[in-house]
Design a binder for this molecule. Structure first.
Ligand code: ADQ
Length: 504
């Protein structure tokens, strides 16, 4: 079946749909301000779509719409692909985005059920907005395009696209975990969500664990269906069609990270960081402000390391960067306050003249600055409580010095499935275990460090973002990488994507 599709449509245009466009608009003093959006999806897909051409459909971050069309057109040349805004009202944003997406699906799918607020108004808004997106996709695409919808905000969109008559194949990738059935079953709208997902032609998950959870939900809730296949791709026959279900671990643009991290501009900042923390092993944490990232546990684990291994005192510094995110949600304010309380407490408990245990930063970093942190820090501490993948872990390895940093990684990050052989794997809730891992990382000899890091880099380099896109599209429309010359060029380093990190 996939082969037939390839013959019919060898190089379809890619139409990518996500809740947010890769830029955010806001208005200050009557003037539009345009900034690039942050987050894993933008980092991953920006270069891909730019290299390949096509369209990105999503919300532009504002409810204000006069002149929007002109603004989008003006950005097109800069981006190398077109942007189509889906306008949402303030109320839709409240109930669909802050409500259903971020107060129900986000915590539930990360296994944090106690944080869910099952307000029925949120579900109504979710459906209304998914229908709105379906209309926009239909208006902005043709039957030759490959429609690739991203993430948990848009799980009902295929259902509405089918209702509006769309026949083309539609792919969907879930960037966050899919939970086990006992957690998924808590969702009052579980049947609608599951049936909505089965309207896509290809469903992609980050890991085999998340895929297995989904298949388990299908088997328990829809026992009449008979899925086949247990490998990377399973198939669910459904009347006259089938849904393919696979796991596709998202990668990074390895080459771009490793080349840029070794550039003179970054090197200059790396020297500055080494000078700023003389004689200290620098342990890096970079996390979006989010309760799934496990920041309070991480800080407690670090405190335990200083308590249990006194020889680490004055010899290590935790550089913790927290990137502002979802600041309009009250839980995130409380989390920020909790993090700052813990940082103050630990610094108060252990600081000595000339040594501060935790160097805490709460802001978005410029790209060079982020790369310099990745490059300069001898250890990375990545301990989410649950995470679809976690790109920071991969970016850290790509930027690491050739003689190697050490990655400490939560077993609940999707990245652990690929990196467990050479990272130090921890249970983020196990504070003694995290402390022991910090000690192990700081004490590791140079040859183990570099051999582990070389292995990590090999996996991340082989399974990079282009490999990921290619794997997904091959499964979706059976296209070869050669069908997409720009992708090939990007892999060969012929396309410059440094633009991506600059504010536009
Ligand atoms: P996130 O949870 O947003 O996304 P994550 O994997 O943690 O993504 O990556 C964060 C991204 O933000 C990284 O690419 C990083 O470079 C970038 N970033 C970090 N600091 C920044 C800064 N100061 N300014 C701008 N950007 C910064 C979701 C899922 C993840 C999954 C990704 C991709 O929750 O599990 O890995 O999608 O699928």
């Amino acid at each position: 079946m996939a082969g037939e599709l390839k013959l019919q449509t060898p190089s379809r245009r890619l139409v990518l749909i996500s809740n947010r466009l890769p830029i955010s608009l806001s208005r200050a003093n009557g003037k539009w301000q345009i900034t690039s959006s942050s987050g894993g999806l933008v980092t991953a897909m920006g270069p891909v779509l730019r290299n390949r051409g096509g369209m990105w459909i999503g919300w532009p971050g504002t409810v204000d719409s006069p002149g929007m069309g002109r603004l989008m057109d003006a950005q097109q040349e800069k981006f190398g692909f077109s942007l189509a805004p889906v306008m949402l009202t303030q109320e839709e944003q409240e109930n669909f985005y802050f409500g259903f997406s971020n107060k129900i699906i986000w915590p539930l799918f990360h296994g944090l059920q106690s944080l869910c607020d099952y307000n029925p108004a949120y579900w109504t808004a979710y459906e209304v907005v998914n229908l709105k997106f379906a209309h926009s996709i239909l208006e902005n695409s043709s039957s030759d395009d490959y429609i690739w919808i991203h993430d948990y905000h848009l799980m009902s969109s295929a259902k509405y696209l089918r209702g509006l008559g769309m026949k083309s194949p539609i792919g969907f990738f879930l960037h966050i975990p899919f939970p086990p059935p006992d957690i998924f079953h808590k969702l009052p709208w579980r049947t609608q969500i599951l049936e909505g997902l089965l309207e896509f032609d290809l469903l992609g998950f980050q890991t085999s664990r998340h895929k297995r959870n989904f298949m388990h939900a299908v088997r328990t809730m829809l026992p009449e269906l008979r899925p086949v296949g247990k490998g990377q791709i399973s198939r669910i026959p459904l009347g006259g069609r089938e849904v393919r279900v696979g796991h596709f671990p998202i990668g990074i643009d390895y080459k771009s990270f490793s080349i840029n991290a070794a550039s003179p501009e970054v090197e200059h900042q790396v020297i500055g960081l080494h000078d700023a923390f003389p004689g200290c092993t620098k342990i890096l944490g970079v996390d979006r402000l989010d309760y799934t990232k496990g920041l309070p546990y991480k800080l407690d684990g670090f405190r335990n390391a200083l308590q249990n291994y006194p020889e680490l005192r004055r010899k290590v510094t935790l550089i913790q960067v927290v990137v502002p995110s979802r600041e309009d949600i009250p839980e995130y304010h409380a989390l920020k306050a909790e993090i700052e309380r813990l940082v103050g407490q630990i610094n108060g408990q252990f600081a000595d003249p000339g040594w501060l245990p935790i160097h805490y930063t709460f802001r978005s970093l410029k790209r060079d600055e982020l790369l310099a942190y990745y490059r300069a820090c001898e250890v990375a501490l990545v301990t989410p409580l649950e995470d679809g993948m976690n790109l920071v872990a991969k970016e850290y390895c790509a930027c690491s010095e050739p003689d190697g940093g050490v990655l400490i990684l939560s077993e609940f990050a999707g990245a652990a499935a690929q990196l467990r052989g050479s990272a130090i794997i921890v249970n983020p809730y196990d504070l003694e275990g995290v402390a022991a891992a910090i000690n192990e990382a700081c004490m590791m000899d140079a040859s183990s460090r570099s051999s582990r890091m070389r292995k990590l880099q090999r996996v991340i380099k082989d399974q990079d973002i282009f490999w990921w896109v290619d794997s997904f599209l091959q499964a979706g429309i059976s296209s070869e990488l050669e069908d997409y010359p720009m992708l090939l060029q990007a892999r060969q380093g012929q396309v410059d994507d440094s633009w991506w990190w600059e504010s536009v």
